[in-house]
Design a protein around this ligand. Structure first.
Ligand SMILES: [Zn+2]
Length: 72
């Protein structure tokens, strides 16, 4: 049986060759996994990720919104 591990994110994919951690959506780099983990959990980072993903769908969502406002 394996030991139950806490739900941790694998930060190694964010690791740069220089040994620091880089957050692409926020364009920020961190020297330790600890501070990077804190950043990823922060609202600021989640906001940044949200805006990045939303801007990808703006075209389809925007059209739906227009119809709604027309009714009103
Ligand atoms: Zn970030």
């Amino acid at each position: 049986m394996s030991v139950q591990e806490p739900a941790t994110i694998d930060y190694s994919i964010y690791r740069t060759p220089s040994g620091s951690y880089y957050c692409a959506p926020c364009n920020k780099s961190f020297t330790s996994e600890n501070s990077f983990g804190q950043h990823v959990e922060s609202k600021k980072h989640k906001n940044q990720v949200n805006t990045k993903t939303q801007s990808n769908q703006t075209t389809t969502v925007g059209k739906k919104d227009k119809k709604k406002t027309n009714k009103l």
